[in-house]
Write a protein that binds this ligand. Structure first.
Ligand SMILES: Nc1ncnc2c1ncn2[C@@H]1O[C@H](COP(=O)(O)OP(=O)(O)OP(=O)(O)O)[C@@H](O)[C@H]1O
Ligand SMILES: [Mg+2]
Length: 247
Protein backbone atom coordinates (compact mmCIF):
# COMPACT_ATOMS: atom_id res chain seq x y z
CA UNK A 1 0.00 0.00 0.00
CA UNK A 2 1.30 3.37 -0.98
CA UNK A 3 1.62 5.29 2.26
CA UNK A 4 2.08 8.71 0.79
CA UNK A 5 0.09 9.44 -2.33
CA UNK A 6 0.68 13.07 -3.21
CA UNK A 7 -0.62 14.92 -6.23
CA UNK A 8 2.25 16.31 -8.27
CA UNK A 9 2.19 18.70 -11.22
CA UNK A 10 4.75 18.88 -14.00
CA UNK A 11 4.22 22.02 -16.04
CA UNK A 12 5.96 24.30 -18.49
CA UNK A 13 5.66 25.62 -21.99
CA UNK A 14 5.85 23.50 -25.09
CA UNK A 15 8.84 21.21 -25.52
CA UNK A 16 10.71 22.09 -22.35
CA UNK A 17 11.09 18.51 -21.12
CA UNK A 18 7.97 17.78 -19.06
CA UNK A 19 7.30 14.34 -20.51
CA UNK A 20 10.98 13.42 -20.33
CA UNK A 21 11.00 14.21 -16.60
CA UNK A 22 7.64 12.52 -15.98
CA UNK A 23 8.87 9.41 -17.79
CA UNK A 24 12.01 9.31 -15.65
CA UNK A 25 9.89 9.51 -12.52
CA UNK A 26 7.39 6.95 -13.83
CA UNK A 27 10.09 4.41 -14.64
CA UNK A 28 11.20 4.37 -11.04
CA UNK A 29 7.78 3.44 -9.62
CA UNK A 30 6.76 -0.10 -8.80
CA UNK A 31 3.08 0.26 -9.65
CA UNK A 32 2.27 2.58 -12.48
CA UNK A 33 -0.51 3.43 -14.89
CA UNK A 34 -0.21 6.12 -17.55
CA UNK A 35 -2.77 8.08 -19.54
CA UNK A 36 -0.35 8.11 -22.45
CA UNK A 37 -2.08 10.71 -24.59
CA UNK A 38 0.57 10.83 -27.31
CA UNK A 39 2.06 7.35 -26.89
CA UNK A 40 5.34 8.54 -25.41
CA UNK A 41 5.90 6.09 -22.58
CA UNK A 42 7.84 3.41 -24.43
CA UNK A 43 7.44 -0.25 -23.61
CA UNK A 44 5.54 -0.77 -20.39
CA UNK A 45 4.39 -4.17 -19.27
CA UNK A 46 0.92 -3.66 -20.61
CA UNK A 47 -0.47 -1.39 -23.27
CA UNK A 48 -4.01 -0.93 -24.46
CA UNK A 49 -6.58 1.51 -25.81
CA UNK A 50 -9.51 -0.39 -24.36
CA UNK A 51 -10.77 0.53 -20.86
CA UNK A 52 -12.17 -2.98 -20.22
CA UNK A 53 -8.82 -4.48 -21.08
CA UNK A 54 -7.06 -2.02 -18.76
CA UNK A 55 -9.48 -2.92 -15.98
CA UNK A 56 -8.76 -6.58 -16.54
CA UNK A 57 -5.00 -6.04 -16.36
CA UNK A 58 -5.27 -3.91 -13.24
CA UNK A 59 -7.51 -6.48 -11.62
CA UNK A 60 -4.96 -9.17 -12.43
CA UNK A 61 -2.21 -6.95 -11.04
CA UNK A 62 -4.00 -6.26 -7.75
CA UNK A 63 -1.83 -7.13 -4.80
CA UNK A 64 1.25 -7.57 -6.97
CA UNK A 65 4.36 -5.70 -6.12
CA UNK A 66 4.99 -4.55 -9.67
CA UNK A 67 2.63 -3.42 -12.37
CA UNK A 68 3.05 -1.03 -15.28
CA UNK A 69 0.39 -0.16 -17.81
CA UNK A 70 -0.17 2.57 -20.32
CA UNK A 71 -3.42 3.52 -21.89
CA UNK A 72 -3.14 5.13 -25.31
CA UNK A 73 -6.51 6.69 -26.06
CA UNK A 74 -8.03 6.45 -29.54
CA UNK A 75 -9.26 10.01 -29.66
CA UNK A 76 -8.43 11.33 -26.21
CA UNK A 77 -12.01 12.30 -25.44
CA UNK A 78 -13.22 13.05 -21.94
CA UNK A 79 -15.40 9.90 -22.14
CA UNK A 80 -12.34 7.77 -22.77
CA UNK A 81 -10.50 9.53 -19.98
CA UNK A 82 -13.37 8.92 -17.58
CA UNK A 83 -13.39 5.22 -18.43
CA UNK A 84 -9.63 5.16 -17.81
CA UNK A 85 -10.08 6.91 -14.46
CA UNK A 86 -12.86 4.54 -13.39
CA UNK A 87 -10.66 1.50 -14.05
CA UNK A 88 -7.77 3.07 -12.16
CA UNK A 89 -9.87 4.05 -9.16
CA UNK A 90 -11.33 0.58 -8.95
CA UNK A 91 -7.83 -0.86 -8.75
CA UNK A 92 -6.05 1.47 -6.32
CA UNK A 93 -2.40 1.42 -5.19
CA UNK A 94 -0.83 2.98 -8.23
CA UNK A 95 0.95 6.06 -9.39
CA UNK A 96 -1.31 7.55 -12.05
CA UNK A 97 0.43 9.65 -14.68
CA UNK A 98 -1.81 11.94 -16.72
CA UNK A 99 -0.25 13.51 -19.80
CA UNK A 100 -1.69 16.71 -21.27
CA UNK A 101 -4.14 17.23 -18.43
CA UNK A 102 -5.50 20.40 -20.03
CA UNK A 103 -6.94 18.31 -22.87
CA UNK A 104 -9.30 16.46 -20.53
CA UNK A 105 -9.69 18.76 -17.59
CA UNK A 106 -10.61 22.34 -18.44
CA UNK A 107 -10.49 25.27 -16.04
CA UNK A 108 -14.17 25.04 -15.24
CA UNK A 109 -14.69 21.29 -15.52
CA UNK A 110 -13.10 18.40 -13.68
CA UNK A 111 -14.45 15.11 -15.07
CA UNK A 112 -16.10 13.29 -12.12
CA UNK A 113 -14.16 10.03 -12.22
CA UNK A 114 -10.90 11.99 -12.42
CA UNK A 115 -12.16 14.25 -9.63
CA UNK A 116 -12.58 11.19 -7.46
CA UNK A 117 -8.93 10.27 -8.02
CA UNK A 118 -7.83 13.82 -7.27
CA UNK A 119 -9.97 14.25 -4.17
CA UNK A 120 -10.11 10.77 -2.66
CA UNK A 121 -7.37 8.84 -4.45
CA UNK A 122 -5.08 9.06 -1.43
CA UNK A 123 -7.40 6.78 0.51
CA UNK A 124 -7.00 4.14 -2.18
CA UNK A 125 -3.25 4.54 -2.46
CA UNK A 126 -3.53 6.46 -5.73
CA UNK A 127 -0.80 9.01 -6.30
CA UNK A 128 -1.07 11.38 -9.23
CA UNK A 129 1.44 13.04 -11.54
CA UNK A 130 -0.22 15.36 -14.04
CA UNK A 131 1.48 17.22 -16.85
CA UNK A 132 0.35 20.34 -18.64
CA UNK A 133 1.66 23.14 -20.79
CA UNK A 134 -0.91 25.45 -19.31
CA UNK A 135 -1.87 26.12 -15.71
CA UNK A 136 -4.62 28.52 -16.53
CA UNK A 137 -6.46 25.91 -18.56
CA UNK A 138 -6.73 23.11 -16.03
CA UNK A 139 -9.32 22.70 -13.30
CA UNK A 140 -8.87 24.84 -10.19
CA UNK A 141 -9.72 21.81 -8.09
CA UNK A 142 -6.74 20.02 -9.57
CA UNK A 143 -4.33 22.92 -9.00
CA UNK A 144 -5.61 23.58 -5.49
CA UNK A 145 -5.17 19.93 -4.47
CA UNK A 146 -1.67 19.67 -5.92
CA UNK A 147 0.93 19.02 -3.20
CA UNK A 148 4.16 19.30 -5.13
CA UNK A 149 5.03 21.26 -8.26
CA UNK A 150 7.81 20.66 -10.79
CA UNK A 151 7.97 23.75 -12.94
CA UNK A 152 9.75 24.27 -16.23
CA UNK A 153 9.92 27.57 -18.03
CA UNK A 154 6.59 29.35 -18.42
CA UNK A 155 6.10 32.54 -20.33
CA UNK A 156 2.34 33.03 -20.62
CA UNK A 157 1.37 35.81 -18.18
CA UNK A 158 -1.94 34.15 -17.24
CA UNK A 159 -0.15 30.93 -16.32
CA UNK A 160 2.49 32.77 -14.30
CA UNK A 161 -0.22 34.63 -12.47
CA UNK A 162 -2.05 31.39 -11.67
CA UNK A 163 1.22 29.95 -10.41
CA UNK A 164 1.97 32.99 -8.27
CA UNK A 165 -1.47 32.77 -6.68
CA UNK A 166 -0.95 29.14 -5.81
CA UNK A 167 2.76 28.98 -4.95
CA UNK A 168 3.85 32.55 -4.41
CA UNK A 169 5.48 35.23 -6.48
CA UNK A 170 9.00 34.12 -5.67
CA UNK A 171 8.47 30.69 -7.21
CA UNK A 172 6.64 32.13 -10.23
CA UNK A 173 9.50 34.52 -10.88
CA UNK A 174 12.01 31.72 -10.58
CA UNK A 175 10.06 29.58 -13.06
CA UNK A 176 9.70 32.46 -15.51
CA UNK A 177 13.46 32.86 -15.64
CA UNK A 178 14.34 29.19 -16.17
CA UNK A 179 16.26 28.17 -19.28
CA UNK A 180 14.85 25.35 -21.41
CA UNK A 181 15.08 21.84 -19.91
CA UNK A 182 15.56 23.10 -16.35
CA UNK A 183 12.97 22.83 -13.62
CA UNK A 184 12.45 23.94 -10.03
CA UNK A 185 10.24 22.19 -7.51
CA UNK A 186 7.88 23.67 -4.96
CA UNK A 187 6.49 21.82 -1.95
CA UNK A 188 3.17 23.28 -0.83
CA UNK A 189 3.42 21.86 2.72
CA UNK A 190 6.77 23.42 3.53
CA UNK A 191 6.33 26.32 1.08
CA UNK A 192 9.90 25.63 0.01
CA UNK A 193 11.54 25.29 -3.38
CA UNK A 194 13.74 22.33 -4.23
CA UNK A 195 15.67 20.74 -7.07
CA UNK A 196 16.80 17.18 -7.76
CA UNK A 197 14.98 14.35 -9.48
CA UNK A 198 15.54 11.98 -6.53
CA UNK A 199 13.06 13.94 -4.47
CA UNK A 200 10.40 13.54 -7.14
CA UNK A 201 11.12 9.84 -7.69
CA UNK A 202 10.68 8.99 -4.04
CA UNK A 203 7.50 10.98 -3.35
CA UNK A 204 5.29 7.90 -3.65
CA UNK A 205 7.45 5.63 -1.54
CA UNK A 206 9.92 4.24 -4.08
CA UNK A 207 13.48 3.87 -2.75
CA UNK A 208 16.04 6.58 -3.43
CA UNK A 209 18.65 5.67 -6.02
CA UNK A 210 18.43 2.22 -7.54
CA UNK A 211 16.03 -0.42 -6.31
CA UNK A 212 17.68 -2.97 -4.00
CA UNK A 213 19.40 -5.87 -5.75
CA UNK A 214 17.11 -8.37 -4.05
CA UNK A 215 14.11 -6.78 -5.72
CA UNK A 216 15.86 -6.71 -9.06
CA UNK A 217 16.65 -10.41 -8.78
CA UNK A 218 13.10 -11.18 -7.88
CA UNK A 219 12.07 -9.67 -11.18
CA UNK A 220 15.08 -10.50 -13.34
CA UNK A 221 13.38 -13.43 -15.07
CA UNK A 222 10.77 -11.11 -16.46
CA UNK A 223 11.33 -9.45 -19.80
CA UNK A 224 9.93 -6.25 -21.18
CA UNK A 225 7.37 -6.76 -23.90
CA UNK A 226 4.48 -4.94 -25.48
CA UNK A 227 1.23 -6.77 -25.23
CA UNK A 228 -0.54 -6.16 -28.50
CA UNK A 229 -3.63 -8.32 -28.13
CA UNK A 230 -4.95 -6.93 -24.90
CA UNK A 231 -8.08 -8.51 -23.50
CA UNK A 232 -7.38 -12.18 -24.05
CA UNK A 233 -3.69 -11.72 -23.42
CA UNK A 234 -4.40 -10.73 -19.85
CA UNK A 235 -5.88 -14.03 -18.87
CA UNK A 236 -4.23 -16.33 -21.39
CA UNK A 237 -0.73 -15.02 -21.55
CA UNK A 238 1.38 -13.96 -18.61
CA UNK A 239 4.16 -12.35 -20.59
CA UNK A 240 3.28 -8.93 -19.29
CA UNK A 241 3.86 -9.97 -15.71
CA UNK A 242 6.83 -7.75 -15.34
CA UNK A 243 8.16 -4.40 -14.49
CA UNK A 244 10.42 -3.49 -17.38
CA UNK A 245 11.55 -0.20 -15.98
CA UNK A 246 13.07 -1.51 -12.80
CA UNK A 247 16.56 -0.12 -12.69
N1 LIG B 1 17.11 17.71 -20.16
C1 LIG B 1 17.08 17.67 -21.49
N2 LIG B 1 18.17 17.92 -22.21
C2 LIG B 1 18.15 17.89 -23.57
N3 LIG B 1 17.07 17.59 -24.29
C3 LIG B 1 15.95 17.33 -23.64
C4 LIG B 1 15.88 17.36 -22.21
N4 LIG B 1 14.62 17.07 -21.83
C5 LIG B 1 13.93 16.87 -22.97
N5 LIG B 1 14.71 17.03 -24.04
C6 LIG B 1 14.29 16.90 -25.45
O1 LIG B 1 13.42 17.96 -25.77
C7 LIG B 1 12.34 17.51 -26.56
C8 LIG B 1 11.01 17.82 -25.85
O2 LIG B 1 10.96 17.07 -24.64
P1 LIG B 1 9.60 16.61 -24.00
O3 LIG B 1 8.78 15.90 -24.99
O4 LIG B 1 9.93 15.93 -22.73
O5 LIG B 1 8.97 18.04 -23.70
P2 LIG B 1 7.50 18.39 -23.23
O6 LIG B 1 7.63 19.54 -22.31
O7 LIG B 1 6.81 17.20 -22.73
O8 LIG B 1 6.84 18.85 -24.60
P3 LIG B 1 5.27 19.07 -24.90
O9 LIG B 1 4.93 20.40 -24.31
O10 LIG B 1 5.20 19.10 -26.38
O11 LIG B 1 4.53 17.95 -24.27
C9 LIG B 1 12.56 16.03 -26.76
O12 LIG B 1 13.15 15.82 -28.01
C10 LIG B 1 13.49 15.64 -25.65
O13 LIG B 1 14.30 14.56 -26.01
MG1 LIG C 1 4.98 16.33 -23.26
Amino acid sequence: MMKQAPVVACFGRRGVGKTTLARTIARHQSRLVVWDYLGEYGPLAFRTSDPDSLAEYLSWARGRRFAAARFIPDKGTVEEFEAFCAAVYQSGNLLVVVEEAAAVCQASYLPPAFGRIVRQGRHRGLGLLWCSQRLNEVSRTLTSLTDVWAGFSLSEPGDLQALALRCGREYADKVAALPRFQWVGFDVDSQAMFTGTERLKTLWGAPAGAWPETVKEENSHLKARHVREPVTAVTRNRKFRLFPYLR
